[in-house]
Design a protein around this ligand. Structure first.
Ligand code: GUN
Ligand code: ZN
Length: 446
């Protein structure tokens, strides 16, 4: 009896049709802080077709029926498609105590932060908070973050495990502390470095996960621990270094007392080998000209955390100083939750504008969206993978709803330009405007 030819391809093995997103889209081609014509740095497609393939952007261009033929197209009218937001400084273990009342930095750490971080001795607690945190990040349109754990190795382990499950591109590390914190939060002599090394072996470069050596800040590490952190970082090329720098005046005075030999706060880290490309310093509110110059010379980045600086009363970061054209410093945006009060990049940008007004300057909407996307990618040395909508980039995207609320819809109707729309978004919008978040081409939110 003749046998039938088998079908060319079993139905369950048929490839999914190539997918694409349709809608207005923006992406940066250059840094608006440095360009002669800042407005020209922003590309805008009023109606784009973005083809996704293998977790990456395969192409982006103007929509046409021919270009869309054969593609499964998801259409987002009344929306703006942006590169996924990038949060360059955030503490996931502090999510359960965000918005703690009424203290400056050092008292806030003692009274609220350290007790909350002690709970991460329990790995199940860490796993629970990591899950909630990453979901909340995606709901805010953030697809990459530089994240602090606690001193417990299990805090970083739990975070990476959840991020790997979601396939989000994340940078994270276990905090290092060996003095000036409760005993339960101190690394044993040498222990913190060994545990960090083991986490690097296990997680750095595994899928989309990246490791950051994470001494909390100068006051909670001995000079020996800072030096050991510097050696560890340099022994593992491609890893990150993250810590806090020059956040509040009482902190600066304490650092001067603890490190009398250092020229300034940044010099404490520089002497320990902790400056350079892929070093990301949170805050930098009170940096001197010499420190800005050293950030520029070493390629170190700053994470501007306006919500946190307002909440703790730390001071007003001088962004135009940091970005001065003769010695520009890489700057990204940080929510710094739990001192910052929201994971929303849009709300954090609103705060950044208000901080700029305290300085007598004014952050433009174009500059703001740069900070939240391509600027963050440059601060994290990831601009070849994320932060813009270009062929070959990883397909991490956020779709912003321009009519998320009646108020926003009414305000948008009064906007005469894209810049005005962006400014209305950063002033009025929040998570309600996150219509969808895509991670490596997959819709994980919305
Ligand atoms: N400096 C040292 N630790 C911290 C922290 O957890 N949050 C903030 N905002 N600043 C710090
Ligand atoms: Zn912080």
């Amino acid at each position: 009896m003749a046998t039938r030819n088998p079908p060319a391809q079993a139905p369950q093995q048929q490839a999914r049709p190539a997918r694409a997103l349709r809608g207005a889209a923006i992406s940066f081609r250059a840094d608006p802080f440095l360009a002669e014509d800042p407005a020209a740095t922003l590309r805008h497609w009023p109606d784009a077709l973005i083809r996704l393939e293998g977790g990456r952007i395969a192409s982006i261009g103007d929509y046409s029926a021919e270009a869309a033929a054969g593609l499964a197209v998801t259409h987002y009218p009344d929306a703006l498609i942006c590169p996924g937001f990038i949060d360059t400084h955030v503490h996931y273990p502090q999510l359960p105590m965000v918005g703690a009342y009424g203290e400056g930095l050092l008292e806030w750490l003692e009274r609220y932060t350290f007790p909350a971080e002690m709970a991460f001795a329990d790995a199940a607690h860490a796993a629970r908070v990591a899950r909630v945190f990453l979901r909340a990040l995606l709901a805010a349109g953030t697809t990459t973050a530089a994240v602090y754990g606690t001193v417990h190795a299990a805090s970083a382990e739990a975070f990476f495990a959840e991020s790997a499950r979601l396939n989000t591109r994340m940078i994270a590390g276990k905090v290092l502390m060996d003095r000036n914190a409760p005993a339960a939060l101190l690394d044993p002599p040498g222990g913190g470095i060994d545990e960090s090394a083991a986490l690097i072996e296990r997680w750095h470069g595994r899928g989309r996960q990246l490791y950051a050596v994470t001494p909390r800040f100068a006051p909670t590490s001995s000079p020996a621990q800072l030096a050991a952190a510097g050696r560890l970082w340099r022994e593992h090329p491609g890893t990150y270094l993250q810590t806090h720098l020059s956040e509040s005046p009482p902190e600066l005075a304490w650092v001067r007392e603890l490190f009398p030999e250092a020229e300034d706060y940044l010099d404490v880290y520089h002497r320990a080998g902790l400056t350079g490309r892929r070093a990301v310093f949170g805050h930098g509110v009170h940096l001197s000209e010499a420190e800005f110059c050293r950030c520029h010379a070493t390629g170190s980045a700053l994470a501007h955390c306006p919500s946190s600086n307002l909440f703790l009363g730390s001071g007003a970061f001088r962004l135009p100083e940091a970005k001065r054209r003769d010695r520009p410093v890489r700057v990204g945006l940080g929510s710094d939750v739990g001192a910052g009060t929201s994971l929303s990049t849009l709300r954090t940008l609103g705060d950044a504008y208000k901080v700029s007004r305290l300085n007598g300057t004014r952050l433009s909407a174009v500059q703001a969206f740069w900070l939240a996307t391509r600027g963050g990618a440059e601060a994290l040395d990831l601009e070849d993978r994320i932060g813009s909508l270009e062929p070959g980039m990883e397909a991490d995207l956020v779709v912003l709803d321009l009519k998320a609320t009646p108020l926003l819809e009414m305000r948008m109707a009064a906007c005469g330009s894209l810049a005005e729309q962006l400014f209305a978004l950063m002033t009025l919008a929040d998570d309600r405007s996150i219509r969808a978040t895509y991670v490596a081409g997959e819709r994980l939110h919305g």
